[in-house]
Design a protein around this ligand. Structure first.
Ligand code: ZN
Length: 568
């Protein structure tokens, strides 16, 4: 007994002297105590210097130490909040590189037509929404997908008119490139048989020239401009809803593509009040580049919760609506090679604006889906780099969906980031070959090819085009198993990537795409304390089970912003 306590005493002494020695050599003052410790965890840090750890210590909003349980325990003080992860997997918070955050937040309370599997169900859900819509308000949102119906025909105003009366309805297709208006909406917008088409858009018409209710791409604006703008209060409420949703899914940062300036104003107010729990990088439309440049905003300007300084552009449409701009005609629509966006009429107009935005120090992020649109964007980026020189501008192509094989080298050489959404591959992969044919589909969602060419991948969702849940994205990236169950070993399996690569793209890759790789993206001392605890260790699961994994706890800047109600 005596010898036993003696042993304990010596080992304690040894520990004390170790601490004293370390303290003397590293800092003359005593080490401050952590405000938060997450311990007993299986941490995957996404930091190549130290990929694995058991615990992390946080002071305020920053990580101060990452290490073994014993190492981190030395940061514990009387006030330290300690979270026992009970052996669960801890990752850096997910950074979604492409969302439409306010549209997503708004959609949480809008009619959801995503999984309406028949026109009858489509009408039924709109009827339910109409019953809770106040007089004078619009029914919007929807995100329907007619390819899921037994007879996949585009809907018409006739689906909605019998139930909607005077209430205007304008519900969009899930990809946002087509939308359906009822007669009341068209009346309010002053659209009728005489309304001409607009550049970059199509008004679908019946045999006698009357609009059917479907508006494609730029033509959607004819109806949208009749919808009263959201109030500031509505926007604040929606931003909070969106942030709550993000926290519940472990998403701690987002890049909001083409927000309205009023959206940014709502974020700004929430950030100032300390109420923002999602870090936002806002990239307003490139057509407004001067508004940012005039006040000297450059890339990634702002605070840790809200940054500006990127511009978002559009080169073309989408594959679903056959408006992606292609070198060859669509396999299922001979003669149609897609559409350039209206901002690309002519392409030199977009080029000139981007040239000026780059000169002003703004980051350029441009939507391009078809192989020809991507190629044209690379031409434009090459022109800009030639004129202004390379200075780590981090151009990005958003989506970069269907690549011409010849363009991978150029993509890499110009240091362009591929900002991609893996979920689209398992969703659109159900029918993409119908549009493209087997051969041309080969370099679709080509993550493996991008990585092998040394291109940085930044992952996201395009929420609300796809669900915001990162687990679905990781699942898609490693399985490429389409949602219809028809590609069990993966659609174009050559383009699968590993789980570690997918996690990397969803954390460090996205952080790099917003110039924040020194601030976040990995669990590293000095970085922002944005971490998530997952219900299961995705590295130990069968790949198909990854999509069912839940987030247990989400921490942003050292504060717990989400905790799952029932822990098991
Ligand atoms: Zn988008």
């Amino acid at each position: 007994m005596f010898s036993g306590s003696w042993t304990i005493m010596t080992s304690k002494l040894a520990v004390y002297s170790l601490i004293v020695v370390t303290a003397v050599f590293t800092n003359a003052q005593a080490k401050p105590a952590a405000t938060l410790i997450v311990t007993n965890a299986a941490i995957y840090t996404v930091d190549k210097q130290r990929p694995k750890a058991e615990a992390v210590a946080v002071i305020g909003d920053r990580i101060v130490a990452v290490g073994s349980k014993a190492e981190i325990d030395s940061w514990r003080g009387p006030e330290t909040k300690v979270i026992d992860a009970r052996g669960k997997l801890v990752l850096p918070g997910f950074d979604d590189a492409h969302v439409h955050f306010i549209q997503g937040g708004a959609q949480l309370d809008q009619v959801d037509l995503t999984d309406a599997s028949t026109p009858r169900e489509f009408a039924k859900r709109i009827a339910a929404q109409l019953s809770k819509t106040p007089k004078g308000a619009w029914v919007v949102g929807g995100r329907w997908d007619e390819t899921k119906w037994p007879d996949p025909q585009l809907p018409t105003k006739g689906f909605v008119d019998p139930i909607s009366g005077d209430t205007p309805v304008f519900v969009e297709r899930y990809d946002g490139h087509e939308a359906l208006a009822n007669s009341a909406a068209m009346k309010l917008a002053g659209v009728n048989a005489k309304t001409p088409d607009v550049p970059g858009g199509v008004i679908m018409r019946d045999a006698s020239g009357n609009p059917t209710g479907i508006f494609k791409d730029a033509a959607q604006e004819l109806i949208y401009k009749a919808i009263p703008p959201m109030s500031h209060e509505q926007r604040l409420r929606i931003a909070r809803r969106a942030a709550e949703h993000a926290a519940s899914l472990g998403v701690t940062s987002v890049h909001h593509m083409n927000p309205e300036f009023a959206d940014v104003a709502a974020y700004s107010e929430l950030a100032e009040r300390g109420e923002l729990t999602t870090r936002i990088y806002a990239a307003p439309m490139e057509t407004d580049w001067k508004k940012q440049a005039d006040v000297g905003i450059r890339h990634a300007w702002g605070s840790s919760f809200l940054r500006l300084g990127a511009v978002k552009g559009y080169a073309d449409g989408s594959l679903g609506s056959r408006t992606a701009y292609m070198f060859e005609a669509f396999a299922d629509d001979p003669g149609n090679r897609g559409l350039l966006s209206d901002e690309m009429h002519p392409p030199s107009a977009l080029r000139d604006r981007l040239m000026q935005a780059d000169a002003a120090g703004l980051q350029l992020r441009v939507h391009a889906i078809g192989d020809r649109a991507i190629s044209m964007m690379l031409d434009i980026f090459a022109d800009i780099e030639k004129e202004h020189g390379y200075r780590d501008q981090r151009f990005s192509i958003e989506h970069a969906q269907h690549m011409a094989q010849k363009d991978f080298d150029r993509f890499a050489k110009l240091h362009v980031i591929a900002s991609m959404q893996p979920y689209h591959a398992i969703d659109d992969g159900r029918w993409a070959e119908k549009r493209l044919g087997h051969e041309r589909a080969r370099y679709s969602y080509a993550w493996r090819s991008f990585l092998d060419h040394g291109v940085t991948l930044a992952f996201g969702t395009d929420w609300p085009v796809a669900p915001l849940d990162p687990m679905l994205g990781l699942y898609a990236a490693v399985t490429r198993a389409t949602l219809d169950g028809k590609n069990a070993v993966g659609w174009i399996p050559e383009e699968k990537i590993t789980l570690a690569e997918a996690v990397d793209a969803y954390t460090m890759g996205s952080a790099f795409a917003e110039f924040q790789e020194r601030e976040k993206g990995s669990i590293t001392p000095g970085k922002l304390a944005d971490v998530v605890i997952l219900s299961d260790n995705i590295f130990q699961l069968k790949l198909e089970a990854i999509r069912n994994v839940k987030v247990q706890t989400t921490i942003v800047g050292g504060a717990v912003v989400y905790e799952r109600a029932t822990s098991q």
